[in-house]
Design a protein around this ligand. Structure first.
Ligand code: FAD
Ligand code: COA
Length: 397
């Protein structure tokens, strides 16, 4: 039986498909879709019922995300970030005050921004330079994050920073929940610049500067392993977002394949429907198998969550889905001939959109390393000695 939330997503899909080209061409955020998804209960559906959400599990979320992604990649990214990643970290590691504060904001349509990447720390996220130094009951944040999805539209931000005590000794990498009004950010929080991206054009990818930004200590998340090992806990929560990202890629691929199948049955050449040519049938068969396999891996990862998918399940599923999606969308475009290369069809946009998923959220190379580590049963630190806060003095008085 179809879950009611999945039925809601299916009902929204045709409308979202009609609007998708508009957000791409105008590079604008799909606010009307956000309103529709809020009304349908898709924003914050994983938030527990005691905080006003529906306590939906990740299996339901990935089924919803697939339906939305078939129609509008941008909107699917919003659903993922309103249910996985940052908000999941808050719901798992937050204090009651943090959860009570964040839940209504997401349920009203906010997609929290997750702020990890920096100009000099991309894959090497453990080399981040942003610091949060304790001063009384406040932390003072300094640093720059870039490629922040939703920077400039999101209200909630989960900012990863090296946490320093009053003497400047590092305690570990922590996550701060920072609520801002993007139209009127506080002193010390600057939304600077926006990338000009190949696809996913309606989503701002922003640079954020923090200059002596004051954040009360009550907004620091409390991961179970404590600050020193808290980075691993935060990344564990982030594994849910990787499964979400893989699902978007798979959903786009499934949407492209559906369109190609319809076209092959309609378009005639050599006096026959294209669907009768074996060369194209085999392209359809390969794509069908690839999408099917990716869907199974993603659902397996979602189902195994306890409370999050483990590092290897998430890496394996996101890596496989993002790579097959590029091939499937590319081959679907090919089956449309010249028409696929034009904006008469959504395939060219889907191709530009789907290209991102082997990069953002952990590159294919980084994820392969994580799968290899799990397969071999060894640790695979990429930093020379592995990340381990040595409680060293970073910022001397
Ligand atoms: P680099 O780390 O410089 O990597 C360059 C190349 O080297 C890649 O091919 C990489 O795979 C390879 N490489 C690096 N290290 C290794 C290694 N050890 N072994 C093998 N190969 C390696 N970040 C956020 O914090 N929040 C966001 O919301 C966010 N959204 C994004 C949205 C988009 C559209 C994109 C494109 C990125 C987003 N990112 C975000 C950033 C993203 O997570 C980083 O781009 C990613 O982690 C890679 O970092 P980098 O781009 O600096 O590449
Ligand atoms: N899930 C759970 N734990 C994770 C994890 C994940 N996805 N990624 C790393 N960890 C844990 C490691 O197991 C390790 O814990 P341990 O010391 O107890 O063994 C700790 O975090 C540090 O990871 P390690 O791989 O030793 O450190 P590194 O300095 O080589 O850093 C990463 C590598 C984690 C930064 C890199 O693998 C990575 O994921 N880069 C991509 C960052 C990303 O996805 N950015 C997206 C921004 S939106």
């Amino acid at each position: 039986m179809t879950h009611p939330l999945v039925a809601e997503a299916k009902a929204l899909a045709p409308k979202f498909a009609d609007r998708a080209a508009h957000w791409d061409k105008t590079r604008s955020y799909p606010w009307p879709n956000v309103q529709d998804m809020t009304d349908a209960g898709l924003m914050g559906m994983t938030i527990p019922t005691e905080y006003g959400g529906q306590g939906a599990d990740y299996l339901t979320v990935v089924e919803v995300v697939e339906e939305i992604a078939k129609a509008c990649t941008l909107s699917a990214r919003i659903v993922v970030e309103a249910n996985m990643g940052g908000i999941s970290a808050v719901m798992a590691y937050g204090t009651d005050e943090q959860k009570s504060h964040c839940a209504p904001i997401v349920l009203a349509g906010d997609k929290p921004a997750i702020c990890i990447t920096e100009p000099e720390a991309g894959s090497a996220a453990t080399e981040m330079q942003t610091t949060a130094r304790k001063q009384g009951d406040t932390y003072i944040l300094n640093g720059t994050k870039h490629w922040i999805t939703g920077g400039g539209v999101s209200k909630l931000h989960l900012i990863f920073a090296r946490v320093l005590d009053e003497q400047g000794h590092e305690q570990g990498i922590g996550g701060f929940v920072v609520h801002i009004d993007p139209a009127n950010p506080p002193k010390g929080f600057e939304i600077a610049g926006r990338e000009h991206t190949m696809g996913l054009c309606g989503m701002p990818e922003a640079t954020l500067h923090f200059k002596d930004l004051e954040v009360h200590e009550k907004w620091l998340l409390q991961p179970p392993s404590g600050l020193r090992r808290g980075f691993a806990d935060l990344m564990n929560a982030y594994n849910s977002q990787r499964v979400g990202a893989g699902t978007i890629a798979m959903g786009v691929a499934a949407g492209a394949l559906d369109r190609a199948k319809t076209y092959l049955l309609e378009r005639q050449q050599f006096g026959r429907p294209l669907a009768e040519f074996q060369g194209l049938q085999w392209m359809i068969a390969d794509a069908d198998i690839q999408v099917h396999a990716a869907r199974l891996m993603l659902r397996e990862a979602a189902k195994s969550s306890d409370p999050f998918p483990d590092i290897a399940s998430a890496a394996r599923a996101k890596l496989f889905a993002s790579e097959i999606a590029i091939q499937v969308v590319n081959n679907s475009l090919q089956m449309f001939g010249a028409r696929g290369y034009s904006d008469a069809e959504p395939l060219e946009r889907m191709y530009r959109d789907v290209r991102m998923f082997t990069i953002g959220g952990g590159t294919a190379q980084i994820l392969r390393t994580q799968v290899a580590g799990a397969a071999l049963g060894i640790k695979t630190p990429q930093t020379r000695d592995g990340y381990d806060p040595k409680v060293e003095q970073i910022a001397a008085e």
